[in-house]
Design a protein around this ligand. Structure first.
Ligand code: PLP
Length: 397
């Protein structure tokens, strides 16, 4: 059993804060401070450009790819870090379409994160012709899979409600129709066990600043199934995806490995922080994370139902259908969240009316959930949200 008191001690959580927003930005791992300082002083400062070799900078995207691969059921050598998640979605979709050239439809659901859909729209705009993006409600995906679809693009856990797709079943069904699958793990990597190899997924992508705690703007990752590595066209043909970047050939030739999904120079300081953040997982069993996060979610749902009945549950009640967050709806959701944040309970708000709480056993326990709901009850019972300053929308909600 994972010792969650021990993992909690590995994060900087400011006193007086109950942090329920690790689904948006994971907290600072204490080890990241040291690791970044080392990267700045011993590596950049002392080695200068030599650090690309001497400090192993050039290998970090692959090294950390394997660390993440171990958390998502990937085979070794199948995950690489770089760029942002939006960029990696673009690459995976482009590679998927190229593998299925006779078909011109990308299928996704209307619970997907807008950037994933925008990247698909942008890509299809470049392709021209009769390419199109088909968007259906999440529960209609299974019935919409047919032999017109080239690529199925799904985010495993819905960012708004925490609803969970069945990766194994949908991938199986998609493959039976000859469809290439792209799974976005933004809200599942680090939140629950994932078995990419076992599910026979083709492509997967994800970010590292949510449940993986890599820090703001930490680079994204991409997985390509080993059976596709030498056929997957990277679409963004950057020099670091070339078979021999330092040959400086005039013509692009993709690397034979997952390195082909690299584009340009990796963000070393961000990777250093992520490296330290990933070390936290060495003593963590994701099955424990999953079970305890569902327990915490159940507790929060029950406490809110009992104490704050005006908040309507937007997440699935069933454990098998829910990710690692609990979402409620309320017309004044934005102001309610501002009032909570002012009192140290940090979650977030997603338009039009959703109040979101990430429940992450790495640094959240039952006492935190009870304390957070007690504060929420005060905010609701005394209408503490009902102030003009709580209604003023900030740039980031
Ligand atoms: C968080 C999130 C993103 C964000 O993409 P960035 O390029 O990292 O800004 C994209 N897709 C999904 C599904 C997300 O949850």
């Amino acid at each position: 059993m994972t010792d969650f008191a021990k993992t909690r001690a590995k994060f900087h959580i400011p006193p007086g804060v109950i942090y329920l927003d690790g689904n948006s930005l994971g907290p600072l791992p204490l080890a990241a401070e040291q690791r970044i300082a080392q990267c700045l002083n011993a590596e950049w400062g002392q080695h200068l450009v030599r650090a690309w070799n001497q400090a192993g900078w050039m290998s970090l995207p692959r090294l950390l790819g394997d660390k993440i691969g171990a958390l998502i059921g990937a085979e070794p050598g199948c995950v690489v870090l770089g760029d942002t998640l939006s960029i990696k979605v673009f690459q995976a979709l482009a590679a998927g379409l190229a593998l299925n050239p006779a078909r011109h439809v990308i299928l996704s659901d209307d619970g997907n994160f807008p950037s994933d859909l925008y990247m698909a729209q942008g890509l299809l705009g470049l392709k021209g012709g009769d390419y199109r993006l088909k968007i259906v409600p999440p529960e209609e995906i299974a019935a919409t899979l047919d032999d017109s679809v080239a690529v199925l693009l799904l985010t495993e856990v819905d960012y708004r409600t925490g609803r969970l797709h069945d990766m194994a079943a949908l991938t199986r069904q998609a493959h039976a129709c000859g469809i290439v699958t792209v799974w976005d793990l933004a809200h599942s990597a680090g939140a629950m066990p994932i078995d990419l190899a076992g599910c026979d997924v083709d492509f997967a992508v994800g970010c590292t600043y949510k449940y993986l705690n890599g820090g703001p703007g930490a680079p994204a990752f991409i997985y390509v199934a080993p059976r596709l590595t030498d056929r997957a066209e990277p679409a963004l043909a950057g020099w670091l995806g070339h078979a021999a970047p330092f040959a400086f050939d005039l013509d692009y030739r993709p690397a034979a490995s997952i390195d082909r999904m690299r584009v340009g120079t990796p963000p070393i300081i961000a990777l250093a922080a992520l490296d330290a953040a990933l070390d936290v997982w060495a003593e963590v069993d994701l099955a424990d994370v999953r079970r305890v996060s569902l327990d915490l979610g159940d507790l929060m749902i029950a406490e809110v139902a009992a104490q704050c009945p005006s908040l309507e549950l937007a997440s699935p009640l069933s454990r098998s259908l829910r990710g690692s967050q609990v979402t409620f709806r309320h017309q004044e959701g934005y102001a309610i969240m501002q009032a909570l944040i002012e009192r140290g309970v940090i979650g977030d708000f997603r338009a039009p009316d959703r109040v979101r709480f990430g429940v992450t056993p790495l640094y959240i326990g039952q006492g935190d959930i009870r304390a957070a709901v007690a504060i929420l009850k005060e905010v609701m019972d005394q209408r503490l949200w009902d102030l003009p300053r709580h209604r003023t929308r900030a740039l980031v909600t």
